[in-house]
Design a protein around this ligand. Sequence first.
Ligand code: NAD
Length: 482
Amino acid sequence: MITCSNYIDGKWIPSSNGEAIESTNPATGEIVCTAPNASLDEVQEAITTARMAFESTTWAEDSETRARVLYRWAQEMRNKIDELARLLTDENGKILSDAKGEMGRAIGIVEYYAGLAQNVMGKTAISSPNFYSFVLREPMGVVGIIVPWNFPAVLMVRAVAPALAAGNAVIVKPASYTPGINYTMIKILTDMGKVPHGIVNFVAGKGSIVGAELAKHREVDMVALTGSSETGKSVMKAAAETLKKVSLELGGKSPNIVFGDANFDKAVRYALKGAWMSFGCQVCYSGTRILLDNKVHDQFVEALKTQAESMKLGYGANPGVDMGPVISQDQVDVVMDFIDVGNKDAKLVTGGFKVEEGDLSKGFFVAPTVFDDVPVESRLSQEEVFGPVLSIFRFDGVEEAAEIANNTLFGLAAAVWTTDINKALKLARKIKAGTVWINTYGKLPFQAEMGGHKESGVGIQYGQEGLNEFTQLKHVGIDIGD
Ligand code: NAD
């Protein structure tokens, strides 16, 4: 079991109020980590520390050091990738191969932003005789980073790496289900002894205390949250008091649209892969709404049912397991509530129950569930379940597919499966989402920008723009005339 502390002003500090948060393995019920449940005073101390470090050290101006630190952090994590992946599986339940994939991706993101750290560039404009304009790109200052539990490694570094590369000081708040993995990654960074004290801080605790204070406090210049749309709205309201910049990556209800002329076998395979059924669809961009061309509907549903029923559930570190648990009993209750909605509004194809055979009774397992003919106005069609439940819809032609695809408040991602490139490109333009895949699902190269449209978010992650997100521009005008 891991015992985490908070990291403030270059020191690891155990819980000051004696309160603790425990993370448990959702597949076995065993305790994985205990972390502090930080008080308001502790968050405020971290904010003051970060402000002082940002103002008084050379971190913001020394891009060579920032690049070296990030490269070395990536290297140190790579040396421990197996240990980190196993901790990730134990803390949030994803199967080990997915956890290794997440750790590899997290390390790749750190390396990518290490490469960009020395490319934080402004520009110069000469607008009239004797006048120069410099536009400097500067760090925001102090950035609060609030992390969810589902991809804690990737989603922490997706903000921490560009924020540090751009020269900011950061305060990281992990999710209460997964403090252990974030603590371990931050400890690897701080143990290197290369980051000035106060530039990196780690404060574990409740969203309503630690997260809310990061969103509200005047000395925090920017808050970056990955979480639910509901939390995003609350953070945006709190941040409005000081008009601080927000970067919000939020929920989704993404459509996966299959035409009759698509590569059938690949589309079926990716229906489960794109929904991240192996992780109980607990992914922001899970393709949980499957839109089927009437021409292939019946065959597709049958093939999907066969594949879903062949999945082996279990503890993700065990060989042969295809799918892990959902994160908690509370989440099982939420999922079962949506299954009730599905049973009333739609047609159950497979699943629809909590799995409690043998050792699975110790964890939070729900069978892969598919509902067909889900009405678009059903809650099952409109709300994020964050559990292994897929909804199927039928359509005829591009217009109807686009209409169903756009009929939610979210706009995170979508996919179109067809061999007709004109049809694919027409739909790619009609769909209101930050990412549209054609003949694949879920590939997010960290060189390419992504972000949510509609209620799926505000701001950009990944790519050069993902670095710029953590900067602000300053115009310096110079008159060189007499
Ligand atoms: P959540 O919104 O419950 O929590 C996210 C983080 O916010 C946690 O650290 C939590 O403690 C904190 N928090 C909670 N209330 C807060 C408040 N009032 N003020 C400040 N911080 C607060 O989300 P979750 O359950 O951890 O993660 C799942 C959600 O995240 C899903 O909706 C999913 O779609 C979304 N998500 C989005 C992306 C993306 O890139 N768009 C990626 C992963 C997850």
